[in-house]
Design a protein around this ligand. Structure first.
Ligand code: FES
Length: 162
């Protein structure tokens, strides 16, 4: 979780008063705030210590809930909004297109290790749906053709910063 400082992680934990019953929400928020898309060991240890549970308990949560990841994921992790406003407007175009283009379901990595897509809660880009978010970058108002082009550009390495 290279993009999050210890203070930023602690702020997320403090949002839930470091309540052990909120460990799942804390882990989800940390993972979504991270550009890495997974919970690394240092973060798992920090959460365990702050909420007062064992590290084993944290890893039980990570392995039980499919939304949480403990390993680095695909080269490009494509995030799509699964909150209601997007789901009832443009988002289905994105999930359908990605499934068709990549040939995998949500949360499955492509065989070449390049792509994985998954749903995230509202990120405040509702007016830009249908969109795909990769790290901090939002590709807004996509058409089916633009999604094809984006995947092709990513494959060709045209977005080295992502
Ligand atoms: S509901 Fe999808 S970004 Fe807000």
């Amino acid at each position: 979780m290279a993009n999050l400082t210890i203070n930023e992680k602690n702020e997320i934990i403090d949002r839930y008063q470091a309540n052990p019953e909120q460990a799942l929400n804390i882990l989800v928020d940390l993972q979504f705030a991270s550009t890495d898309g997974y919970i690394d060991q240092k973060t798992a240890q920090l959460v365990a210590k702050r909420v007062g549970v064992t590290e084993t308990r944290i890893y039980e949560l990570i392995s039980f809930y499919a939304i949480l990841k403990e390993k680095t994921q695909a080269r490009y992790v494509l995030k799509i909004c699964n909150s209601a406003p997007c789901r009832f407007s443009g988002e289905p175009l994105v999930s359908r297109s990605l499934k068709e283009i990549l040939g995998v379901n949500e949360n499955e990595m492509t065989a070449d290790g390049l792509f994985l897509y998954h749903g995230i809660p509202c990120v405040g880009a509702c007016a830009q749906t249908p969109f795909i978010k990769i790290k901090d970058r939002v590709f807004p108002n996509l058409t089916a053709q633009q999604i094809v082009q984006l995947i092709s550009d990513l494959r060709a390495g045209r977005y080295p910063a992502l």
